[in-house]
Structures are given as C-alpha cells and as structure tokens.
Design a protein. Sequence first.
Length: 139
Amino acid sequence: MIVVADASVSIKWFFLDLEAEEDADKALDLLKKIGAGEVELIQPPHWLPEVVAVIARTHPNIAEQAIDYLTAMEIKIELDSDVLKIAAQLSQRLNHHLFDTYYHALAIFHDGVFVTADNVYYRKAESVGNLKLLMDWQP
C-alpha cells in the first residue's frame, strides 16, 4: 500500500506525549508499518522542510535529531510534473494551498492514500477520494 502522509501526521512521530497530541498513537502505528515495510511512504519535495519547520519552531531542542531520523529513513521523494499538474488543479478546485494539494495529488497519481490530520483540508477534499483522516486510517 502506498501512503502519503503530510506534515500534520509526520510531526506527531516526534511529540510523544500521546495524551496531549491528538491521534499520536495512530501516527506512530503508521510509522511502525512504514518501518516494517507494510506501507510504502512517498512524499513531495517540500515534506521534509515543512516538518522540520514545525519542529524547529515548536520543539527546537529536537530539530536536529528529527532531521537525522527523517533523512535516515530514506523516504522516496517524488517531484513529477504530472503530479504537480494534478496538485495545481486540486488547488484551484478546492481553493487551497498547493503544498497541501501536492500530498493529495501524489496519492491520487499512485492510487494510494493521503493521510492527514488537517480537518480543514479533509472537509474540502474528501469527495475527491484517496484521502483519510489520521483518526480513521487503517491499512
């Protein structure tokens, strides 16, 4: 199964207070499945800087460790003009930022699932398909 997980999901891998961080248990379950090879994670080029930006702002003491961990995962990063075109179409259709629609476009392009904890985007885009809220995600 191919999964694309946006920054709203990926940052939860580093905030281990499961009671304070909503759906962190689901995010950690996804991470375990990625590590076990049960799920293939594909990400857009802006994913790592977006995740690091949030961590550097909210938990600067772990930013460097997070960078080391995420780069060691050797996650497939994909920049494809066809995916970017889908993202641009979604951005226009949903009146939403392209960085968010790029995650979704990758999932559509690979017939995978875009997993997000962003309720606003989910409400706008759920009719498009290939999309799950983190709280509802199961492989």
